[in-house]
Design a protein around this ligand. Structure first.
Ligand code: HEM
Length: 419
């Protein structure tokens, strides 16, 4: 339970008291719980020095939502963040979003679709975008002076095809769970609780194979993705903001999110050997080219009999490697996405088919400073990466994810309550 409100009704109980119809309601509680797979019963801690959903193991599903703010009052934001914190803490414990007894003549304390699904390792991670600090040059909430230098507006990168209305946001919610319905439910409840203060700006659903069940998950290009993510001490060093300030961000992290469309149809026509040269890794094993196993150290100096690098100069993994990026390391926590199909008959180049998947990678990277993390790495990558033939960045956002909340406190307290 992670110390959450033990007296409050569980989602199962909520459904019973709400008198809603449904299979779970007609089963005894013990039967519902027994039928639930172990993963569904597992909770992620919500309260703590750092937010969950950053360095914690990935779940199978993501629902990401970015919001605009339509209030001029600082007090509205504090009250929203309190509501969001309490609801997130409850939902990660498998409880309905709002406490209390459901009265039948009142709207639901919870929309109900997560009843019987268990906590499903739900994590809810909050972020603050540049727009929270200043909006159209205006300091709406008296926060402008507290904007961290690391919360930069990302530069325009080579090849960017960003859809402006789908970028940025003042606040974001990253809900991850092993059940996509639990993840969506969480984001949906928070949107509901923000009614009147927030407007949904853009969203993205994502999916992944959870690493602890299947090893490093594969992306839609068929390659293992996440192999070289930092671990242990290096991970802590790369991800968490510290003494460099500002004080309110200590134990927080900065998230860069980019929706990257992949021309899957084009990719699928490439020889596997070419695909491997694009990444610099073997498709099946994930091993660096010239090595045997996924976690073998890549030899970037090795050449073939013609004197060409075995891991090509334009290979994605070479361009991303810390040793060629001033030591830069980031934690990639990306999910694949599929937004359906698009009709592209008029498009060039000719290999595009009339109908294409609107699919790709919802890239998310966490770091202590995007200037020495994502920007340092992607500046070069965006110009020289062989992968760019197949990818288009269509949305972009950066958020400061504050430290975690204490019980009784709220997410963002260090920002709003600091002098
Ligand atoms: C659709 C887009 C992308 C795909 C499919 C993709 C896929 C991959 C794959 C398969 C690997 C090799 C295995 C691994 O270490 O995880 C990798 C490594 C890496 N990628 Fe990406 N990636 C994408 C975009 C990006 C972007 C935008 C960045 C920007 C910073 C990036 C940064 C990295 C880094 C730092 C590594 C590790 C390099 C190393 O140390 O070997 N990737 N990526």
């Amino acid at each position: 339970m992670n110390g959450h409100d033990k007296k409050a009704p569980s989602r199962r109980c909520f459904l019973g008291t709400a008198g809603l119809a449904g299979a779970a309601a007609s089963l005894p509680a013990s039967a519902v719980k027994a039928a639930m797979p172990d993963m569904a019963k597992t909770t992620m801690p919500f309260y703590g020095a750092r937010q969950s959903g950053i360095t914690s193991p990935m779940q199978n599903a993501l629902y990401f939502a970015a919001f605009d703010l339509n209030t001029e009052r600082r007090a509205d934001i504090v009250s929203l963040l309190r509501r969001w914190t309490n609801a997130a803490a409850r939902m990660t414990a498998g409880l309905p979003a709002e406490p209390g007894r459901q009265e039948e003549d009142q709207p639901g304390l919870d929309s109900g679709e997560a009843v019987g699904l268990g906590p499903s390792r739900l994590s809810v991670t909050f972020g603050f975008g540049p727009d929270l600090f200043t909006h159209d040059g205006k300091d709406r909430y008296g926060l402008a002076a507290k904007r961290p230098a690391a919360l930069v507006d990302l530069p325009r990168f080579n090849g960017d095809q960003l859809v402006e209305e789908q970028c940025g946001g003042a606040l974001c919610v990253q809900a991850c769970a092993d059940d996509p319905q639990v993840a969506f439910h969480a984001a949906r409840q928070l949107a509901r609780l923000g009614y009147g203060v927030t407007t949904l700006k853009w969203t993205q659903a994502g999916f992944s194979a959870a690493p602890e069940t299947k090893g490093t998950p594969r992306n839609l290009m068929g390659f293992k993705d996440g192999t070289m993510n930092p671990t242990g001490h290096e991970l802590d060093e790369a991800v968490w903001a510290g003494a460099e300030g500002p004080g309110w961000m200590v134990d927080g992290s900065y998230m860069v999110a980019r929706r990257i469309r992949i021309a899957l149809e084009h990719w699928d026509r490439m020889k596997v050997m070419f695909q491997e040269q694009t990444f610099g890794r073997k498709k099946q094993s994930g091993a660096p080219l010239g090595a045997r196993d996924e976690f073998d150290t890549p030899n970037f100096n090795a050449t073939d009999s013609d004197g060409n690098y075995i891991i090509p100069e334009t290979a994605h993994m070479r361009l991303g490697a810390a040793q060629f990026n001033n030591g830069a390391q980031i934690l990639r926590r990306s999910y694949s996405y599929n937004n359906g199909a698009v009709f592209t008959a008029e498009r060039w180049p000719p290999w595009t088919q009339a109908i294409e998947f609107d699919s790709g990678l919802f890239f998310q990277a966490y770091q202590k400073d995007p200037r020495t993390g994502f920007i340092q790495i992607f500046d070069k990558m965006s110009k020289f990466d062989a992968l760019n033939q197949f990818t288009t960045h269509v949305n972009s956002a950066v958020f400061a994810c504050p430290p975690g909340a204490k019980q009784g406190g709220y997410i963002g307290e260090s920002l709003f309550e600091s002098a």
